[in-house]
Design a protein around this ligand. Structure first.
Ligand code: C5P
Length: 297
């Protein structure tokens, strides 16, 4: 995430993510699934502004959300920012009032982690605004309570292997920016519904080959094999996912996959120019829109 001061306010650009690899290792007794996943941050951002206000009686934390391009945001997505703020405030009782403004650009229910990124931005910014009362470790504990992807964004790393239910982060450097083409099949997917449809039975795939390729200088990353164990259940719930993946392959993209629990699909191109050209050609046809993106370093 990128944080800057603007007068009395703190402004944060909160990125989206893509999963280059996602293996489900099994179902846990707490209802979650044990994961091994590789996440990268991309240059699609929500923007959050936090401004201290006089704490009057009643609610001292307020939020106003603007969705860019129109559309209504589900109460949940709004709530994740408010929940993060309230949770942090419980830990810092002397903290003052804050007005929060969220400009929402990252599509939701798409597996791009926008809501989790907003929550991580809220924890980091409010902690800064209130004089850094919590350590990084304490913030990570709150992040894990809020959602499985929040820790990745709080770590503010370009690349990480995430384990457990997703909250245990191994940050890794990324040698170069990966050019991507991202497509959203119409209609989102519920994370819980996709996980519920997942069935065990196969030998788990290893994350190693991908991590080694990402670490190798000059690796042909446009040829890397992406993997997502949730692709099958997501495609069953949303046939548009399979169609979009096939169409991305038809554009000559070798590395094609779905992010998180879907429904966003993406391909990695050889160059940013090629990614932009594919998005342009794709958008000349009917159907869901494609947009070029890039991982961030
Ligand atoms: O942690 P988060 O609130 O983002 O997860 C949303 C839902 O996705 C959970 O309620 C659970 O049903 C499912 N999930 C899971 N295993 C994970 C992460 C999420 O089953 N590791």
């Amino acid at each position: 995430m990128r944080m800057r001061r603007q007068g009395p306010s703190l402004v944060v650009d909160a990125p989206a993510k893509l999963n280059l690899f996602l293996e489900v290792l099994g179902r846990r007794s707490d209802g979650y699934h044990e994961l091994e996943t590789v996440m990268v941050s991309i240059d699609w951002f929500d923007t959050l502004r936090f401004t201290p206000v006089e704490a009057s009686a009643g609610e001292t934390l307020s939020i106003r959300t603007t969705v860019q391009g129109g559309g209504a945001l589900s109460a949940d997505e709004n709530n994740l920012v408010l929940r993060a703020a309230r949770r942090l405030r419980q830990a810092v009782p002397a903290a003052g009032g804050v007005r929060m403004e969220l400009i929402k650009r990252i599509p939701w229910q798409a597996g791009l982690g926008g809501g989790s990124s907003d929550a991580a931005a809220t924890l980091a910014a409010l902690n800064r605004l209130w004089g850094d009362p919590l350590t990084a470790e304490e913030l990570h504990r709150l992040a894990a309570e809020l959602g499985s992807d929040v820790n990745f964004f709080l770590a503010s790393t370009p690349l990480a292997v995430c384990r457990g239910r997703g909250e245990r982060i191994e940050p890794l450097p990324l040698r170069r920016r990966l050019p991507c083409v991202v497509v959203l099949p119409p209609g989102g997917l519920s994370t819980a519904a996709v996980f519920q449809r997942w069935t065990p039975g196969r030998t788990p795939q290893s994350v190693r080959p991908l991590v080694e390729e990402l670490a190798a200088r000059g690796g042909r990353l446009s040829q890397v094999r992406l993997y997502n164990a949730l692709e099958a259940p997501a495609s069953e719930l949303h046939p548009g996912v399979r169609e979009v993946l096939q169409r991305l392959r038809n554009y000559g993209l070798a590395a094609v996959g779905m992010s998180g629990s879907g429904s966003a699909c993406f391909g990695i191109a050889e160059s940013h120019r090629r990614a932009r050209r594919i998005a342009r050609q794709w958008n000349a046809e009917q159907g869901p829109r494609a947009q070029a993106a890039s991982t961030v370093l």
